[in-house]
Ligand binder design. Structure first.
Ligand code: GDP
Ligand code: MG
Length: 307
């Protein structure tokens, strides 16, 4: 009798689901913003510039009945440079490893050539997908409907949802639908984990974000950040980080350093403040600038950087 009751109870509870869902789309449509909104924390760096995200960033969302591992990917775009090609490859490889896809478009910009490429890839891959028209806060309702119709023609049979990743509009609905993509399965990560990135990687990303926010034109695209030292001084509740900013060209070095070191100082202050609040301790951050000519085209350096 007792066993039977337990069985009945089990049948009443929804099954636990788990798996991977990728967020794909053109550069700058709001993929990283959406990931951060899903988790209620800043996991992925966000800037107004395209091609900020270079690697695949994971964000883990755990609820009593599910664990979704979201993968934020570099934007899919047409490109010739080796670094950008590798970034696109990371995004395309991801499609093959996931249970579902969230395809993000910028509702204000509409459908671009790259979006048509993505639609074709998704059609061929047959993976379950939602079409999300992001930045709905920026356009009128009247413009949304024709865009939804064009998306339906481009990739038929998928649900199309207007959202605002920034304001959180319709984000709960997307979470609910994304969960339904997943098969029954166990929790892969402990409940409190929001990401599988190391603190070192997060530190390098935050420094890179400040460079993207503070420098202009081609400068941010030619920089990479490596962490040379990451030492925890527990007795002082202090972390010491030494990092190198690699630049692609000799002429970029003085720009990154700035007048009397002002630029490097500003990058350092902003990165330190954010890292201190993230890591919950005091930080000593030292930044160096090193010229590494042509690193964005060098296969070995790219591999070292995980690209
Ligand atoms: P990604 O390149 O696709 O990862 O795009 P990001 O998440 O880095 O966002 C690119 C820019 O779009 C940033 O300036 C964001 O603040 C902005 N953005 C993202 N989502 C929205 C949205 O829903 N509404 C508005 N108005 N801006 C957004
Ligand atoms: Mg991004």
């Amino acid at each position: 009798m007792v066993t039977k009751l337990a069985e009945n109870e089990n049948q009443g509870a929804p099954p636990h689901r788990s798996g991977f869902v990728a967020i794909v789309g053109r550069p700058n449509v709001g993929k990283s913003t959406l990931l951060n909104q899903f988790l209620g924390e800043k996991i992925a760096i966000v800037t107004p510039k395209p091609q900020t995200t270079r690697n695949r960033i994971t964000g883990i969302r755990t609820t009593p009945n599910s664990q979704v591992v979201f993968l934020d990917t570099p934007g899919i775009h047409r490109t010739r440079s080796l670094m950008n090609r590798r970034m696109v490859e990371i995004a395309l490889k991801t499609l093959k490893e996931v249970e579902g896809i969230l395809w993000l478009l910028d509702a204000r910009e509409g459908i671009r050539a790259e979006d048509e490429d993505i639609a074709r890839i998704l059609e061929e891959s047959k993976v379950k997908a939602l079409i999300l028209l992001n930045k709905m806060d920026l356009i009128s309702k009247g413009k949304l409907l024709p865009l939804m119709e064009r998306c339906a023609a481009l990739l038929p049979g998928r649900e199309i949802i207007p959202i605002s990743a920034l304001k959180g509009e319709n984000v709960a609905l997307v979470l609910e639908l994304a969960e339904k993509f997943l098969p029954e399965g166990p929790r892969y990560y402990p409940e409190g984990d929001l990401t599988d990135q190391t603190e070192r990687f997060v530190a390098s990303e935050i420094i890179r974000e400040k460079i993207f926010l503070l420098t202009r034109e081609e400068i941010p695209y030619g920089t990479a950040v490596t962490i040379d030292e990451f030492v925890e001084r527990e007795e002082k509740n202090l972390i010491v980080i030494k990092a190198t900013i690699h630049v692609d060209r000799e002429s970029h070095k003085p720009i990154l350093i700035g007048k009397k070191g002002a630029m490097l100082k500003e990058i350092g202050i902003r990165a330190r403040e954010e890292l201190e609040s993230l890591l919950g301790c005091k930080l000593f951050l030292e930044l160096f600038v090193k010229v590494q000519k042509g690193w964005t085209q060098d296969p070995n350096t790219l591999t070292e950087l995980g690209l």
